[in-house]
Write a protein that binds this ligand. Structure first.
Ligand SMILES: Cc1cc2nc3c(=O)[nH]c(=O)nc-3n(C[C@H](O)[C@H](O)[C@H](O)COP(=O)(O)O)c2cc1C
Length: 167
């Protein structure tokens, strides 16, 4: 199995989760790439696409919410996020499974999920959902990742690869 994990991050939390998911899937066969440099055409050998980003304003980030993050101290403001990358992405020419995840604040628990929005768009493009969109908790806007979430991300990756214990 050849997997690609495409992530967006401003404070680094979503990248940490993305790298754990890749460990769970199996690093030898998994590329981890940020949404700025991810290609619009996936290599023909890719069987599983995983896409994740921070939830901003109940959805995927936008230029406006990233600007707001900058004002709140985020140092790494990507030129584009997963929303813009998905817009640039070509429809798959064969069966490719997709899974999406996001990071969200643990308290207060807000409605809305970047992962759900991303999944909707990816399915509309023709990708086949491999799992329900998943969320991972962070403390506050800047993190850190909440206790146990890195381990849960790794297990989720194992499940995606089909080699983990069932839930
Ligand atoms: C402008 C802005 C809006 C946000 N809106 C939400 C939200 O609607 N729901 C939520 O749970 N977290 C929200 N957050 C918190 C982010 O989800 C959090 O900063 C992110 O998970 C951190 O991941 P990162 O380090 O990869 O950027 C928001 C953060 C920013 C900067």
């Amino acid at each position: 199995m050849h997997a690609v994990v495409v992530f967006e991050t401003l404070w680094g939390n979503t990248e940490q989760i993305a790298r754990e998911i890749a460990e769970g899937i199996g690093v030898e066969s998994t590329e981890v790439v940020d949404a700025v440099s991810a290609p619009a055409d996936l290599e023909s050998s890719v069987d599983l696409l995983v896409v994740g980003g921070p939830t901003h304003a109940f959805s995927m980030s936008s230029e406006k919410t990233r600007e707001s993050a900058k004002q709140q101290g985020a140092q790494n403001i990507p030129l584009r996020g997963i929303r813009e990358w998905i817009t640039s992405l070509s429809s798959p020419r064969r069966d490719i499974a997709v899974a999406t995840f996001d990071t969200r604040v643990t308290t207060p628990r807000l409605p809305g999920s970047a992962a759900k929005k991303a999944m909707k768009r990816l399915v509309a493009l023709g990708f086949r959902p491999a799992a329900k969109p998943e969320s991972f908790g962070v403390h506050g806007y800047s993190g850190p990742v909440a206790d146990g979430e890195l381990e849960r991300a790794r297990r989720w990756g194992e499940q995606l690869a089909g080699n983990g214990a069932p839930r």
